[in-house]
Design a protein around this ligand. Structure first.
Ligand code: PMP
Length: 355
């Protein structure tokens, strides 16, 4: 006899991570291409001497540093094993089987999977023809069963971001007992002044008595710690408390905590790297547009190519040119902005495909 696992998992497509291919450049997972800063490596090496002990389960020092940086109370910050784990905890903390999680689609691949795993219902709201979040449709999709909304801005994989007016219009339209989570995994790559800082928005909403706005961020992208798995949630205390109840104890390991603290200490250097990536993003997008590709305006560290039925062919073509992109079958390809040399390799592949 084989073990009986949940039957509903048979049909659940698992999360498919961007793959690494030997000898090819990986532009598939929105990581930064540059390795860790020497100061971060030094902090990690020093912390290695203490790994016989469990980590601080509450990540007290990291929470305090984040709270000070963001101008919130430590009780309004929760850290997690990557922001994806916090996504899961947020669903667990707000939903049971009768409830709905609303999110734009296409968006971060984990939203539907985690919603299904927790046992809640998914409400997917299609993007606009311009590959942006459709605020009116999202407002219309809220029902009495909606408990949680993911607002991914900039949106993965399309890169489009909401303006302050759009975000506020959405928050104003949602009942105040529905949690609105602004997923800002790519916040540090935003350079459009119309695109607001979610933490600023959240704090303004809390000051108005709207305790249903939260923000998710990560050390995986701009801070270059994807391999260590640290993310954080900024939310009213009632939410962080509930999220902590569904923590896996010791979820954020000791090395990750130390590396995140060292990265905050070296933030200026890391954010300067982000500005270089943003400049490269402008160059890559302009060259793709000149080649005739449709490329939505992007505020993240990637570009989206809505290639529809040609996506699989484009993916294969890029692989043959030693570039790994992230293909979403029948829809499009997402390509991370790497170093100038990596981007040149990708652009030459894109040129050969279009020509
Ligand atoms: N949110 C979004 C929008 C993402 O794109 C990602 C990573 N792809 C995450 C959350 C999760 O990132 P991590 O778990 O590495 O913090």
């Amino acid at each position: 006899m084989t073990v009986r696992t949940r039957a509903d998992l048979d049909s659940l497509p698992g999360y498919i991570p961007g793959k690494s291919v030997a000898g090819a450049v990986k532009l598939a997972s929105n990581e930064v291409s540059l390795g860790p800063l020497p100061s971060v490596v030094t902090a990690i090496a020093a912390a290695a001497a203490g790994i016989n002990r469990y980590p601080d389960s509450g990540a007290t020092e990291l929470v305090a540093a984040l709270a000070a940086k963001l101008g919130v109370e430590p009780s309004q910050v929760a850290v997690g094993c990557g922001s994806v784990t916090l996504c899961q905890q947020l669903i667990q903390a707000t939903c049971t089987e009768a409830d709905e999680v609303l999110f734009p689609w296409r968006s971060f691949e984990a939203y539907p999977i985690l919603t299904h795993v927790v046992g809640a219902s998914q409400v997917r709201v299609p993007l606009t023809a311009e590959h942006a979040l459709d605020i009116d449709a999202m407002i219309a999709a809220v029902t009495p069963a909606t408990r949680l909304v993911y607002v991914c801005t900039p949106n993965n994989p399309t890169g489009t971001a909401l303006t302050r007016a759009e975000l506020e219009r959405f928050i104003d339209a949602v009942p105040s007992d529905v949690l609105v989570v602004i997923d800002e995994a790519y916040r540090e790559f935003v350079d459009d002044p119309e695109v607001p800082d979610g933490v600023v928005i959240a704090k303004e909403q809390w000051a108005r008595g709207r305790d249903n706005v939260a923000v998710l961020r990560t050390f995986s992208k701009a801070y270059g710690l994807a391999g260590l798995r640290v993310g954080y949630l900024v939310a009213p205390e009632s939410v962080t408390e509930a999220v902590r109840k569904v923590f896996v104890p010791f979820g954020v390991n000791a090395i990750a905590q130390v590396a995140a603290l060292a990265s905050l200490a070296a933030e200026d250097e890391l954010l300067a790297r982000c500005r270089d990536i943003v400049a490269e993003r402008g160059r890559v997008r302009a060259e793709l547009l000149a080649l005739g590709y449709e490329v939505p305006e992007t505020q993240a560290n990637f570009v989206w190519l809505p290639l529809g039925e040609r996506t699989a062919e484009f993916n294969e073509h890029c692989l043959n040119h030693k570039v790994v992109v992230r293909a979403f079958a029948g829809d499009g390809a997402r390509v991370t902005i790497g170093t100038p040399e990596e981007n040149d390799l990708f652009l030459s592949a894109a040129k050969a495909f279009s020509g």
